[in-house]
Design a protein around this ligand. Sequence first.
Ligand SMILES: Cc1cc2nc3c(=O)[nH]c(=O)nc-3n(C[C@H](O)[C@H](O)[C@H](O)COP(=O)(O)OP(=O)(O)OC[C@H]3O[C@@H](n4cnc5c(N)ncnc54)[C@H](O)[C@@H]3O)c2cc1C
Length: 431
Amino acid sequence: MHALIIGGGIIGLSTAYYLREDGWEVTVLEKGDLTDNCSFGNMGYLSPSHFVPLAAPGIVEQGIWWMFDQKSPFYVRPSLRWELVDWGLKFVRASTQRHVDRSARPLTELLLFSKKMFQSWAAEGQLQFDLQEQGCLMYYQSAKKEKEELENARQAEALGLRVEVLDGEQVRALEPEVLPEVRGGVWFKDDAHLYPNALMQQLPTLLEQRGVRILRHSEVTGFERSNGKISAVQYQPEGAEPVAIRPDLVVLAAGSWSPAVARLAGEYLPLMPGKGYSMTLEHPQKKLRYPCILLEAKVALTPWQGRLRIGSTMEIGPINDRILLPRVQGILEAVPKFLPGYRSDPVFTALADPQQLKQQLREKVWFGFRPVSADGMPYIGFARNNQNLLIATGHAMLGLSLGAGTGKVVAELAAGRPTSVPLEAFDPRRY
Ligand SMILES: Cc1cc2nc3c(=O)[nH]c(=O)nc-3n(C[C@H](O)[C@H](O)[C@H](O)COP(=O)(O)OP(=O)(O)OC[C@H]3O[C@@H](n4cnc5c(N)ncnc54)[C@H](O)[C@@H]3O)c2cc1C
């Protein structure tokens, strides 16, 4: 039996891993070279702490407010394009407490399961991706954020997650070099982090050694359909004639490009790209010990053996290569405000000089497009109009966290086995 996977990001490659383990002949079609997708430069968090889907009460009001601030961490590029309007209406409708209450448990279960799958990859020893199980700290400076985060911590505990609340002094004792200037923090101890660049570099090699065929620079351009199934997938290899493959099963894991590919197969997938930026400092002057999120600024920091990655922003809008400097500047400015230890680091002192800043940003900034579903919950399951099409996308800000777990449950669905965790909340046919 032959499975064809569209997209070589973390979701497509994890799916290839488990389908191959189940004995499928597996082909991955990837339009790029596997290094220019969203799975590479992300923050590397495995985040059971993020059990609240993006569509949640308050996000719409906050988002509208932020649209008037050039440096804000959340932005919707206004447009009358039908896809954005439809996505926006669905997103607003989904942003309710009822949706959060319904989604938190299935999301937590998949997050914890996925972490277990990454732990098994690390234990196998063939992939070295620096998995660290230190948890993640959420820092707050204001009483308002503290109140919100303590409520989040309470819900996390109710879901069975390990959480510790720390005051400012306790936080500073954990981070003696950067001395966070915060009221306190919540330490989500089930969170972990890994180095995504290493994982995404090694995974294709491992898969190829195990017999997976990965075709780079091969963009899927169309489908043939008969009797309610996909009978052929057409792709365009770079500089060559179009080719058609006749697989038994197709998995759509094309990240932010998925709606366009789905449309070619007669499927509708409400999903928008959510652009985010990250910067990696190779030799920061001070050592951050634990990954952390600066809550008011919505900025995340991840340390790996000497390196520090800083990331943030969610710009909802069509895919484009523009780097919005004020937004990146907003990310950088937040760091020394929360972590005074970085005030003398050249990356942050350069903020005072606009020219230097421009140069630094262009050299250091990476961006990727999170595939954001209309209710903030991934789409995992069989498609509506094609019996042999499985959809695995829409993971938004949790694609890495949910990567290995998604691969495993997709393989279980493909085999017709019961899935390791319930998937009803992720059914792509909900729209
Ligand atoms: C700044 C930032 C920080 C983040 N931090 C985290 C984090 O800490 N933890 C976390 O869990 N998540 C994080 N994320 C989100 C995470 O990176 C994404 O959810 C995840 O990478 C999505 O993976 P994917 O495989 O669905 O998509 P992608 O990685 O984008 O892969 C999709 C692939 O499909 C290919 N493709 C598209 N169209 C076609 C076609 N027609 N034919 C063939 N191939 C095609 C693309 O070229 C691409 O390689 C972050 C994202 C950003 C931007």
